[in-house]
Write a protein that binds this ligand. Sequence first.
Ligand code: OGA
Ligand code: MN
Length: 210
Amino acid sequence: MAGSGLVRGAGAAVLNRLRGAAVVRPGFLSAAEQAVLSAELEPELRRRRYQYDHWDAAIHGFRETEKSRWSEASRAILQRVQAAAFGPEQTLLSAVHVLDLEPQGYIKPHVDSVKFCGDTIAGLSLLSPSVMRLVHTQEPGQWLELLLEPGSLYILRGSARYDFSHEILRDEESFFGEQRVPRGRRISVICRSLPEGTGPGRPEQPPPAC
Ligand code: OGA
Ligand code: MN
């Protein structure tokens, strides 16, 4: 094992390989900013029911919304995310993905669709800490774990986004190394770049052949 702080990995090689591509920024949000986002999201989420999809679905015990209209205070936060995670040449999906996992909810390993999401994924975590695990799709021995505390920002870009699956561990498996990370309800606010070669107003491009 290697790594320290908020990122652990199978070894120095994978840590080096994903340096700059899988990043955690603890305390990105102040307590006040976390409260602003939670207060704005809570009424919208509460209208929805948690879903327990069938066996092959990637996410279990969740409700979600795609949000494009935000208060001024939240827009300022999202602009900070954009400045921290995305380059000036990147266009973001206009709607921000808000995902609410109940305490028993979890996300199975998956790679975000290249049809809908470009190079970069940036997520804010609220309420409960959780562990995100990345595993190389061709070399399962190459893995990374990210400890996502409330108020943190994670960024997955390039190889971390395309060549590694990501998942959020269920409560029973929620360990960061030896450290138990009990899972409660978790809300994530996820910004994604558009697939390269597409932009607002342009017709959707066919996904690259896999
Ligand atoms: C997803 C996903 C991670 C998160 O919705 O595709 O991987 O932080 N979410 O909730
Ligand atoms: Mn994902």
